[in-house]
Design a protein around this ligand. Structure first.
Ligand code: NAP
Length: 213
């Protein structure tokens, strides 16, 4: 597939590299310097090149949206029309300091992005979810040795693309349901991030398992 990377930082750089090494054609875009994008493309050692956001978003099968939330308007403006495009977003709706979510718990970054890009097929990916969503994942994990990567969304065609990309880079894709699951993904992702960055001084993470029904 042809995959455009909008935001070639930590997430976009790594995932774009993995996609290129898995055999996809990748366009890295949106960094502060073109030199950095060219270096990423070179080091990806696959079919990758540097381009503008417009090139990364035009004529591709899927777009990875991997910029800080505060850059969203700028990126969308530079990318141009994306209706009909499959957009995998890993962008969390955080404030500039990354200390809190800037959308209420009744929405999610993926849903807000979907409102801004009419008729795009937005898939929220990369995060973690509460236990009840994971029951079918536990079931399928018994049959596979690959680590799971969860994704959710409402569009069947877009989800097929997402699942293929996830499988290609070595994970077992686990469909955790409709886009509304993303409402749970982001607060949990934030908690995990706090744990990772703050170590022993950070918050405690507790999983509560309940028997439903
Ligand atoms: N859901 C998850 O599990 C998960 C995990 C990690 C991160 N995230 C989210 O993913 C998103 C990206 O995170 P990240 O860590 O990859 O961020 P990052 O490393 O800061 O990457 C963002 C990219 O945007 C570029 N950029 C920033 N300002 C720019 C400007 N003014 N002009 C042009 N380019 C600009 C950066 O350029 P440079 O390369 O030149 O700096 C970089 O390539 C964030 O929303 C983050 O919260 C999600």
């Amino acid at each position: 597939m042809r995959i455009g990377i909008l935001g070639s930082g930590l997430m976009g750089g790594k995932l774009g590299t993995l996609f290129a090494r898995a055999g996809h054609e990748v366009v890295f875009s949106y960094a502060r310097s073109m030199k950095k994008l060219e270096k990423l493309a070179r080091e990806a050692q696959g079919n990758a090149r540097a381009g503008t956001p417009e090139e990364a978003a035009g004529g591709v099968d899927a777009v990875l949206f991997a910029v800080h939330w505060s850059r969203m308007n700028d990126v969308l403006k530079r990318a141009g029309a994306m209706s009909g495009r499959v957009i995998l977003t890993c962008s969390l709706p955080m404030n500039l300091k990354d200390t809190r979510l800037v959308v209420s718990h009744t929405s999610s970054g993926a849903e807000e992005l979907a409102k801004r890009v009419p008729r795009a097929r937005v898939v929220s990916a990369f995060g973690t979810v509460p236990s009840e969503v994971l029951f079918p994942v536990f079931e399928s994990k018994r049959k596979t040795k690959r680590p799971s990567l969860l994704y959710c969304g409402d569009d069947g065609a877009a989800k097929k693309v997402a699942a293929k990309l996830i499988r290609d880079v070595g994970f077992q894709p686990e469909d955790v349901g409709p886009l509304k699951t993303a409402r749970y993904l982001e607060p949990f992702t934030l908690l995990i991030a706090e744990l990772a960055y703050e170590g022993a001084g950070g918050p405690e993470l507790a999983y509560r398992f309940e028997r439903l029904g």
